[in-house]
Design a protein around this ligand. Sequence first.
Ligand code: E4P
Length: 215
Amino acid sequence: MKFFIDTADVDEIRKAVDLGLVDGVTTNPSLIAKSGRDFRDVINEITALVDGPISAEVIATDAAGMVREGQELAKIHPRNIVIKVPMTEEGLKATHIFSAEGIKTNVTLVFSPLQALLAAKAGATYVSPFVGRLDDVGHDGMEGVDDIHSIFENYGYNTEIIVASVRSPLHVLRAALIGADICTIPYSVMQQLCKHPLTDVGIKKFLADWGKTGI
Ligand code: E4P
């Protein structure tokens, strides 16, 4: 399973790259706003750190506006920019146009398997089901991912599933068991994945035993 990091914080990206865990990056308008920096500057800097798909989201809500913004963003890097488009009728139109132009897309804010099917039919490179936000309203977000995975298998769609809105290691575990292509993970959850209390206890004991040898 590929790991993307879900952040617009360049320092976090650098740390995760050093861990060897980053295959790509996803950003969104809220994450860019949180960084307090210029959108294009942030995306530019990320392209220098990560040689993989980097999602940059459009702000326009009409297809023509999305296409204009996306075409500009796509110029930032010859192959790595992925245009993030919302799951709306206008977003599908834009996805269809981008697909014909060879521009990669990530259809975002997907909350049902049928939305994912529509995005794949429109030619999306990636779909992003938001599992955490579904959990927040009492649904099991990962069940939807399982359904999307079956639908894409049934019909041989090449669209890759990015499990998004990841809140805990359990989301990552379930994504891996389902066989989702990608999980986009906040840096804090990457750190949680690395940790196990028995690992810490084990290191402590090894060092204490070694200390007793007097070597
Ligand atoms: C995905 O691409 C989104 O940026 C992200 O996963 C949204 O996560 P949130 O629900 O924690 O905001």
